[in-house]
Design a protein around this ligand. Sequence first.
Ligand code: C2E
Ligand code: MG
Ligand code: MG
Length: 433
Amino acid sequence: MATKFDELTGFATKELFYENVKNAVLANPLERHCIVYFDIDNFKIFNDLFGYENGDSLLKESARLIKELNGNKNLCSRITSDWFAFYIPERKFSETALTDISDSLNKIFKESLMPIVIHFGVYSFNSLDEKVSILAGRAKRALKSIKGFPSKLVAYYDNKFMETERQEQHVARVFDTALKNGEFRIFLQPQVSAKKGLLGAEVLARWITPQGELISPDKFIGTLEKTGLISKLDNNIWEQAAALLKYWEGTEKENLYLSINISVKDFNNLDVYQVLTDIVKKYNIPPKKLRLEITESVLMNDVKKVLEVIKKLRKAGFYIEIDDFGKGYSSLSMLKDIEVDLLKIDMDFLRKTENELKSSIILESIISMTRKLGLEVLTEGVETEAQIDFLKMVGCDLFQGYYYAKPMAVADFSRKFFSPNLHSLQGEEKTVV
Ligand code: C2E
Ligand code: MG
Ligand code: MG
């Protein structure tokens, strides 16, 4: 017969835990209740570095502290490996107690071994309107939302969290139909050389619903990335971009290029090389006109495979850009391993800092280093003339940002930049019709 308790911690198995929580809730109908999930960041690394004995002692110590908090090992479970769940009546719950657990673990392990980062996910409720496993799943998803953020100790599955999940489910449910109905359209944002004027544009997806609502990427890209659907969207957007380049042939726009975004997930889901070479063949356009924006986070996963694909694409004539440089885990040293043509620096990460002087020193250094490496450099997110003047002074000639124009529908782009009387690229508000 399978044992009902975990050997290492003495805690209930998952099934027994669910059963015990159900009984505890039913026995106290007037209380509010909490299910709390707990997880240790980088537990695998801890195990690899310090061995299983130390790993076991970290788990036992965690279990001891959890048990101390809720007082009943039958209402605690080690769900798997370093994932724990426990029940606690809401009146006994406090964030301070969770901070104490974090402090206690660090007191024991930080000095002798390494700092311990833990996270909690909390779901509080007043009745069993769903199975306990489903309620526990909410606490777990709240926890997952802060994994990878060392400074965040607790996340709550509350109404806001539930609403976000609902929206994500909605996106995932209607996506295929929306894509089939052509609801995802390309918008263009100009890329400009201070010396030469308009050179091309970045292609940005917009979702236009049948009701005419315009939804911006931050409402759907994340969900599509989570579910893997992003690759279907990207394939479609890339094709729209190629079709537009073809359409521009023989017109005054034929010298413009378009930059498309490639998601980290695309490298897992698609044969990116095959798809892109097929697209340029199908539309019979030169690959160098379809520029590829790859975020630096791509280079954090499976670097070798991605570098190989990028190299092949570059050899096939595509122009490669590193997007959002500086926004994530910028690694300057990465630039020596990757062959790219252009670095897009994100202004946004500097805007958020308080110290303008430091920001400008950082920008200046990145630009000068990039140019020494023989790469082109473009700053995106430029909003003011002063920013452009400074960037020009420190050697950047290529720009994208609201200063020139916000992303706009293709027809608006043509009207704005190619109508006989509207050639100005300065100050969108002044020229917009
Ligand atoms: P990104 O590729 O870094 O695109 C630039 C984003 O910065 C755009 O937001 C643009 O509207 C915004 N931006 C440009 N200039 C300024 C400025 O001066 N000030 C400020 N505050 N913002 C500026 P958008 O269009 O909302 O796109 C957000 C992100 O969504 C993109 O960031 C890109 O990562 C992703 N995305 C958009 N379309 C696609 C797509 O077709 N495929 C994939 N995989 N990702 C896409
Ligand atoms: Mg981009
Ligand atoms: Mg960017």
